[in-house]
Design a protein around this ligand. Sequence first.
Ligand code: NAP
Ligand code: HSE
Length: 428
Amino acid sequence: MTEPLRLGIAGLGTVGAGVVKIVRQKAALLAERTGRPVTISAVAARNRDKDRGVPLGDYAWEDDAVALATRDDVDVFVELMGGSDGPAKAATEAALAAGKDVVTANKAMLAHHGQALAQLAEANGAVLRFEAAVAGGIPVIKALTEGLAGNDITRVMGVMNGTCNYILTRMESAGLTYDQAFAEADKLGYLEADPELDVGGIDAGHKLSLLAAIAFGTQVAFESVELEGIGKVSIDDIRQAADMGYKVKLLGVCRMTGRGLEQRMAPCLVPATSPLGQLDGGTNMVVIEGDQVGQIVMRGAGAGEGPTASAVMGDVMDIARGTRLSTFGQPASSLKPATAAQVATPAPYYLRMCLVDKPGALAKVATALGDAGISINRMRQYDHTDDAAPVLIVTHKTTRAALDVALVAMAATGVVAREPVALRIERV
Ligand code: NAP
Ligand code: HSE
């Protein structure tokens, strides 16, 4: 029998326990598919006494993830602890420096240190893979790195945070307020320990920055992702967007333009009938556009034990088969620094505002838009009971910069009762 591939797994939470289960329960299948057994030598977590729902007695225990990562009987270090720095980064660096391959689900660590870690891997003849870090069970890294390698990628977009999609879906389908839907997601255990990572768009922004690096051959540039969370989306936006044939989604979009790399993660309107518009609940969707392949849509579970462990195992199986791919699809030294586009590609915008109900108010708003070079496409005024009238405007294509100029001018007119909401309408 060929030599086994020996894993050292740090982190035995949702994902780590799921990986241990697959290795135990599917040992024969894994060996058949790779031609060698996949085994576990050692594991690490903080609490040795915790019941993980899977027997661990066959494996050596390490309290220290760095010690685990550098053990002689570990070929692949599987990092499933999380956190952009701290033990996850220290142990990953130690494993790579020792020439061991690493598989991780840690988008935060890669978004912040992806370039340095990819270089470290290459310098030591090791591979660093991260399928589980983006969109859980959807094999999007593999699709971009391998299946679509012959394409110029023109755009990648998607809904990559299941928690936000769950909250937005529940607001729409059950008429819940943002706070009610957030509380429901919390009760179901969907939220990250720091919920701002989810609802602030940060987790999804991490994922987008990793896809952009592969798609456009650039160094990971999370710091230049334009980020906006879902905290300001109201039930009114969701209802009124629906009234005009749209759904509100926390949508990530990246594309390379003549002005530089555009990376945006923000609530957007998408047509209700589009695949993205029809994506409900905690599911993820990634849409990839290539010059040869056209558009590809991938949909599936973005989180959870089974789907995420499935993605981790995909990487482990590649390594067991002898597949040695660069972290971001090309040698790390050839990834170009990403120049961030200062102005995003123009798009139509949805504007919701409350206007003081008196003659000339609408004209003042229209003038502010016109003076900023923004043309109105559609407009609706809704019934009102107090002295402010809800007004909805859909603009023709414009830039966010021009819109910001118009919003400042509108505020100065004194006819806008509350801060307007502006959401980009994305062509999908
Ligand atoms: P989790 O349930 O919180 O588990 C984290 C594990 O790491 C725990 O077993 C914990 O030990 C262990 N750990 C934490 N600090 C440690 C340290 N200093 N030394 C040793 N072990 C330590 O997290 P998870 O949901 O499985 O997520 C793991 C990774 O996968 C993260 O990077 C996350 O972003 C990523 N991910 C998760 C999902 C998902 O659906 N959960 C999806 C995609 C990606 P104790 O159990 O003893 O406390
Ligand atoms: N918090 C993430 C989500 C987990 O809701 O999608 C998976 O990365």
